[in-house]
Design a binder for this molecule. Structure first.
Ligand code: TYD
Length: 203
């Protein structure tokens, strides 16, 4: 039988550009709703004025340069701080919050990590992080955007940072090369036991 899993959950999907987060977060959202949960989907960068500025700046050809990265690090932290109000609100309504990216994106994309951790000191860290681990070549071939961040050398470094973080921070790592349905199934298998949902007879 279902256990009582009423405690708040802030669940986050992480991964390099092209890893399939936006597809998977929508599938996760639909599945949680179908399972009878109240869910709020959030995305970083957000649509706040800071988030809008970030999206514009990501198109700058200097976006991967160290100084520019530090500016972005500050902006991502500010955008996230704004998001915290919303997360607190949803939490008070008893909703599950699922997020496309979090603090850990800044830890993987920006540096140095001690400083990133410091400027994000007051943001809430997700209760559960699922890392979509996709081969960098495949990720780059999927990215059609104009962002500087979608270049191979940059994403390889980010991928390495993610894998290092995943050891330290106990992320659930999912092989994202497996196709949409299998990745969704694997995500469900991670989330289901946390929420007391029965999936494929495994809970
Ligand atoms: P992304 O999720 O890729 O948005 P979209 O699907 O619209 O392209 O996020 C935009 C970019 O921002 C992506 O390259 C990752 C980067 N990013 C950081 O570098 N640090 C952060 O803290 C966050 C949240 C995102």
């Amino acid at each position: 039988m279902l256990e009582n899993h009423n405690q708040f959950m802030y669940i986050c999907l992480e991964g390099i550009d092209g890893a399939g987060k936006s597809t998977q977060i929508k599938l996760l959202y639909d599945w949680l709703i179908e399972s009878g949960h109240e869910v709020e989907l959030v995305v970083e960068p957000t649509s706040s004025p800071v988030g809008v500025l970030i999206r514009k700046m990501l198109q700058n050809s200097r976006a991967t340069e160290p100084d520019f990265q530090k500016t972005l690090g500050l902006l991502f932290a500010a955008d996230r701080m704004i998001l915290m109000d919303k997360i607190r609100d949803e939490e008070s309504k008893g909703k599950i919050v699922i997020s496309d990216r979090s603090f850990y994106s800044s830890m993987a994309y920006q540096s140095p990590s001690e400083w990133i951790a410091e400027i994000n000191k007051f943001v809430r860290k997700p209760d559960l992080v699922i890392l979509l681990d996709l081969d960098v070549e495949t990720a780059v071939s999927r990215c059609q955007g104009t962002d500087e961040f979608e270049k191979k050398a940059f994403l390889s470094k980010v991928q390495k940072n993610y894998l290092e973080l995943s050891d330290k921070e106990d992320f659930f790592v999912i092989n994202a090369n497996n196709g949409v349905n299998m990745v969704h199934r694997d995500i469900k298998r991670v989330v289901a036991p946390k929420l007391g949902i029965c999936v494929d007879g495994i809970v």
